[in-house]
Design a protein around this ligand. Sequence first.
Ligand code: RIB
Ligand code: CA
Length: 313
Amino acid sequence: MTSRKIILDCDPGHDDAIALILAASKISNLQLEAITTVAGNVEVEKNTLNALKVCDIIGLDDVPLAQGANRPLVKKQEIAEEIHGETGLDGPALPAHPSKQAIDMHAVDLLIEKVLASDNDITLVPTGPLTNIALAMVREPKIIPKIKEIVLMGGGTFGNWTPAAEFNIYVDAEAAKVVFESGVPISMFGLDVTHQAVATDDVVNKLAKIDNEVATFVVELLTFFAKTYKEHFGFDGAPIHDACTIAYLINPSIFQMQRVRVDIETKGEFSYGLTSIDRLGVTGREPNVDFAYGLDKEKFWDLMYDALASYSN
Ligand code: RIB
Ligand code: CA
């Protein structure tokens, strides 16, 4: 497998943590160039602390991690504490202070530095609000033609924060508009596909048989995440939204994709944050997104199982 360079821009967040664990696993062909954090599930400081703790658990000490935007571009910040808990990573017992430290550089500057220095071969993988990505594009437009692809979790033909809008897009729709209109190739993993990636009891019980610390940690994450998803949405398990981006990069054949036009609503009273996904081509507008709509569940969970098993010595 050819290696692929990525920067994970995240707001851990249970499913962000699982995405990072998948990306860093021994079965992954991905090379983590950097990890950046953004205000989203909880405050950016907590998201950063959580990302550092996950890096400690998986022994990822050679990848630079930088903290990013602490609020959306325009709106006031909204967080999803009721889903991810007060820490943003409730459930597992974690040490208060990680050994890994964030670098003394803003995430936006790190994104710009890495992309400018690259051979146009870095894929950005945002799994939270798109604030950092938009800020980097506005601060240094030279990065836009140098970004290989953006593979993001966000949006969908329905919402989970409002009836129209998914959380990552809703938190900062202005940032999403900048990114979706940038011209950078985008692969979008919205709720239509991520709600097919639900860790049911059968899945969790199978993962729980893997005898290593990382697998145990993921099972604890899924147990908490499933509880809040059952309470709030009546789900029979936790949808590991963000992990879909990494699974796609490792094995695209797991997903069914459609080339479509996607535009972002930033004005509507009831539709702010809506991703207008033109699946029937009725707008006649130039398609700008590869939209994931299908998932091979068996392949997806086999990949997750193999990734977690790869953390056994
Ligand atoms: O709507 C799901 C998304 O919002 C996921 O990225 C989850 O981590 C939260 O950020
Ligand atoms: Ca996330």
